[in-house]
Ligand binder design. Structure first.
Ligand SMILES: Nc1ncnc2c1ncn2[C@@H]1O[C@H](COP(=O)(O)OP(=O)(O)OP(=O)(O)O)[C@@H](O)[C@H]1O
Ligand SMILES: [Mg+2]
Length: 371
């Protein structure tokens, strides 16, 4: 449906977007996720036609639209700032996109009303936009972008100005709405939780480069490099040395002598770039960094662990942080500080503990220099 082919955008010496290739299928919600300055807005502006790529092509339904104006591409865009017209009322704001496309009179009015109904603002058509809450303004911006029924909807951090509760509700409503309309959408955010909740697939960007694209589950369980692992959820990174291979997994040794099993990074992701799959062949003695998720760890010591007494990574609890459904324990070990997710009272500050992997989980191993 929408294909980005090797897109690059340079501003003088700054490479804002660097060789980005990504496909968005019809009806799919794809999110560009990454930290501030990684090139998300620039990518979206190139897709919309507000910014010309330095290199690369943009295809819509197989047609090269790279040289077309924003009007000719006809994509809907919701800007981070909403960019509503303060001197117009809600209806006039929503009709704006329709009129600029050439719709007149009754047609535009009917389409605007449909769009306002969709975002549940039908009763607000005559209000001035300043007389609306932030969340309502966000929905007006969304209605304005939706009204012309664009082939692709582009959304640049459209929820960033909402409070936590409204943000979560709007996010869920937005996904429901896009799915009901069967819309193809590219969503931009720096918020991992928002990306997980909204997206069919996510492309993680760092310094203008696409690090990995996949479903939220794929990115979380099989990150192809340490940046993706660290950006999506909590992660411990520990230095280790490879002792050998066993059953497709690396057997590694942590500082202090504890053995830990790890999947070579990228091994579950055939689409990963070549430089992230090199660990599969790593020889004994290779230095690696192990990535351990806090929720993939537990404290040993129960009856089931008797025979394995002494197993796991020993340490002392520094502190415990209550977080509702779980508690997080910071543990000082010979391999460094480790964050463990556990129950509310699994251990107390100062207590000696042994850390084990939860059943069925293994760490992921990354090259030590992979930042
Ligand atoms: N018009 C411009 N002229 C010069 N540099 C630019 C221009 N637009 C963007 N950049 C630079 O390109 C890089 C990417 O910017 P971009 O706005 O795409 O980032 P972003 O991922 O949207 O960040 P944020 O999350 O802060 O919105 C940044 O280093 C930025 O300073
Ligand atoms: Mg931006």
């Amino acid at each position: 449906m929408l294909t980005l082919e090797n897109l690059s955008r340079r501003f003088g010496g700054t490479v804002a977007v660097d060789g980005l290739s990504l496909r968005v299928d019809r009806g799919e919600i794809v999110t560009l996720l990454g930290p501030s300055g990684c090139g998300k807005t620039t990518t979206l502006r190139m897709i919309a036609g507000f910014e010309a790529p330095t290199e690369g092509r943009i295809l819509l339904e197989g047609r090269d639209v790279t040289a077309l104006t924003p009007q000719k591409r006809g994509m809907g865009m919701v800007f981070q700032s909403y960019a509503l017209f303060p001197h117009l009322d809600v209806r006039q704001n929503v009709e704006f996109g329709l009129r600029s496309r050439g719709d007149r009179g009754a047609d535009a009015a009917a389409a605007a009303e449909r769009a306002l109904n969709l975002v549940e603002l039908a009763g607000y058509a005559d209000r001035r936009v300043q007389a609306l809450s932030g969340g309502q303004q966000q929905r007006v911006a969304l209605a304005r972008a939706l009204a012309p029924e664009p082939p692709v909807l582009l959304l640049d951090e459209p929820l960033s100005n909402l409070d936590a509760a409204l943000r979560e509700r709007t996010r869920d409503e937005l996904r429901t709405l896009l799915k009901r309309l069967g819309m193809t959408a590219v969503f931009v955010t720096h918020d991992q939780e928002e990306a997980f909740a909204l997206s069919d697939r996510i492309g993680v960007l760092s310094r203008g480069r696409l690090q990995q694209a996949g479903t939220p589950e794929e990115l979380y369980s099989s990150p192809s490099n340490a940046f993706v692992a660290g950006f999506l959820g909590r992660a411990n990174f520990l230095p280790a040395k490879v002792l050998g291979m066993d059953g497709g997994e690396l057997v590694c040794e942590l500082p202090g002598g504890t053995r830990w099993r790890a999947r070579p990074s990228g091994s579950a992701d055939p689409g990963a770039s070549a430089d992230t799959t090199a660990l599969v062949d790593s020889a004994a003695g290779t230095d690696v960094r192990l990535m351990l998720r806090p929720e993939g760890l537990r404290f040993g010591g129960g009856a089931a662990d008797d025979e394995a007494a002494g197993a796991g990574l020993g340490g002392r609890v520094i502190d415990r942080r209550f977080a509702g459904a779980a508690s997080f324990y910071r543990v000082q070990t010979a391999a460094g500080e480790v964050l463990v997710q556990g129950g509310p009272a699994d251990a107390a500050a100062g207590e000696e503990v042994r850390i084990l992997p939860t059943d069925g989980t293994s760490a992921a191993a990354f090259p030590p220099e992979d930042a």
